[in-house]
Design a protein around this ligand. Structure first.
Ligand code: ADP
Ligand code: MG
Length: 290
């Protein structure tokens, strides 16, 4: 077990676009049992598009979209960008009393009406009856679309469906990781049915969905409490506490600076093949040392 060979391993990783912080990170990477992936921007491309708009109670599609986009102008979430883009060219009303509700959605007032925009939990917590949207919502989530609900003055007004395809090489990279012997987990704030649909496509073993931003680190802790050695692979600001909690944090290149600062390993290219390359190499390096 020479420190020399580990140092060489760190150097070799850099050659294929994987930055390993130090020898300790590579050593820890060789003992992992479980890999936890963020969904949006890690397994998927991270650029969702609005593909469905359904309205309820007589509001027009364009009015619903204007309301939604007016709120989303104040958000940096990937879903927000998609909704604003869909409303491009339209004049958006001004929003008062804007608030971000972390892991749920947004609220704000337009011309004296109160708007709520976000997931089912947000709508339920505010006592809005969204039964009219249930059938369509179940249909879209089963296809892997993320539902975003709009309520206007406490009445359900619209359901948007947003789709964010898997990165084209995610399936192949996860196959390699299975062959290397890891258990694969998805961790996301998204709808559980949407998450399961995408996990099935990707070949993920276990889904932990509907998790609030501050619950992601706790989810990692729970896996560790069961004796698993856990890596977290993520890109987002929301993932930083989970990256820090994991035995090994792996940041996707092109993600947030916070993720890169927190992570032991950084992928320079936005491909999960980098994870497979790094872990195969850590296994080989440490095997050679025994
Ligand atoms: P993740 O990055 O894992 O999807 P987040 O905590 O960022 O998790 O978001 C969880 C869920 O909260 C989203 O899937 C969405 O349903 C809802 N949400 C969060 N922000 C917004 C937003 N700006 N607009 C609409 N929905 C949102
Ligand atoms: Mg994310």
């Amino acid at each position: 077990a020479t420190p020399m060979s580990i140092t060489a391993g760190v150097g070799r990783a850099a050659e294929f676009g994987v930055l390993v912080r130090d020898a300790d990170a590579l050593q820890k990477a060789s003992t992992l049992s479980t890999l936890v992936f963020d969904k949006t921007g890690t397994l998927t491309e991270g650029q969702p598009k609005v593909t469905d708009i359904h309205t309820f109670g007589g509001i027009s599609e364009s009015e619903a979209l204007r309301f939604a986009a007016a709120l989303e102008q104040g958000s940096h979430h990937p879903l927000a960008q998609a909704i604003v883009e869909k409303a491009q060219g339209q004049t958006l009303p001004e929003v008062q009393n804007f608030r971000t509700l972390g892991g749920l959605g947004l609220r704000g007032d337009v011309d004296g009406t109160t708007l709520l925009l976000g997931n089912q939990a947000l709508i339920q917590e505010n006592g809005v009856d969204a039964q009219a949207a249930d059938g369509l919502l179940n249909e879209m989530t089963e296809q892997g679309a993320t539902p975003v609900l709009l309520a206007v003055d406490g009445q359900i007004a619209a359901l948007f469906g947003l789709r964010d395809p898997l990165r084209e090489d995610s399936i192949g990279a996860l196959q390699r990781l299975h062959q290397l012997g890891y258990r694969l987990v998805m961790l996301t704030g998204d709808n559980p049915r949407t998450a399961q649909a995408i996990a099935t496509q990707a070949g993920i073993d276990t889904v932990i969905a509907g998790v609030r931003p501050d619950g992601k680190a706790d989810a990692i802790k729970a896996l560790q409490a069961k004796g698993q050695q856990v890596a977290m692979i993520g890109d987002g600001i929301n993932d930083a506490p989970a990256l820090a909690q994991a035995d090994v944090g792996i940041a996707m290149g092109g993600g947030s600076d916070v993720a890169i600062e927190t992570a032991a390993i950084t992928l320079m290219r936005p491909s999960l093949h980098g994870v497979a390359d790094a872990l195969a190499m850590s296994q080989a390096t440490l095997r050679n040392m025994k």
